[in-house]
Design a protein around this ligand. Sequence first.
Ligand SMILES: Nc1ncnc2c1ncn2[C@@H]1O[C@H](COP(=O)(O)OP(=O)(O)O)[C@@H](O)[C@H]1O
Ligand SMILES: [Mg+2]
Length: 254
Amino acid sequence: MLDITNLRKVFPKEAGEMVAIDDFSLAVQNGEFVCLLGPSGCGKTTVLRIIAGLETLTSGTIQLDGRDVVNSGPDRGMVFQEFALFPWRTVRKNVEFGLEIKGVSAAERKTIGQKYIDLVGLNGFEEYLPKKLSGGMKQRVGIARALANNPEILLMDEPFGALDAQTRNQMQKELLRIWSETKKTVVFVTHSVDEAVYLADRVVVLTARPSRIKEIFKIEQPRPRDRANPEFIALRKQILAELEEESAQAPKLV
Ligand SMILES: Nc1ncnc2c1ncn2[C@@H]1O[C@H](COP(=O)(O)OP(=O)(O)O)[C@@H](O)[C@H]1O
Ligand SMILES: [Mg+2]
């Protein structure tokens, strides 16, 4: 279980400080799919980066299965919005990256890497460089790379934000398939209500800065979900209203 208690994050500013996250507590069960939904600039990426150990917290605690999370580690895998692939490495070499860092032998790397390349549907593209891949395929590499470390939790920061609508819907389906095959815990950040309602077991709506939890919606519709279903539409409307209340208060972005 991922347990976040009273998380607070303050960034120093030229004049004083800026509270990005305040009083943020959330428990995520093993195998659960949670979406964090909030207005732009509210602190979603910061929450994820703190869980990943890429950013320090000011106060509060984060525990994964009872252990304090302090640094980054292979128990948490991150998938970034901007793909963040190594352009000079092939698909295979990108996927094997974490295993290389861990000192896994070449033969074992290849076996493990191939398993995840197959899982994300990139069989046949192993020797391609990222520039030859479409956006959806790049993000498949990002997912395979994160999974190759066998993390307990997959942290995903608007991973499909740069994709066209059709590819995005397809990738959402693919992600649910991968999730059900791997049984990973997923914390997925998005600002799309539709995406959150389609994917999540629970949708956590965040307030405008500082990021607090405004409301949590449990989505009980069976998967695969039907976007045309009246219940789906009603939920989307309800959550959108919550989010719009916050977006109206969100500070203007610079
Ligand atoms: N390293 C940093 N130093 C100072 N301010 C930061 C830093 N990272 C993020 N912020 C600020 O924290 C706020 C939340 O940012 P972010 O977590 O990226 O929001 P979101 O992902 O919800 O759009 C923003 O105002 C951003 O400018
Ligand atoms: Mg962000």
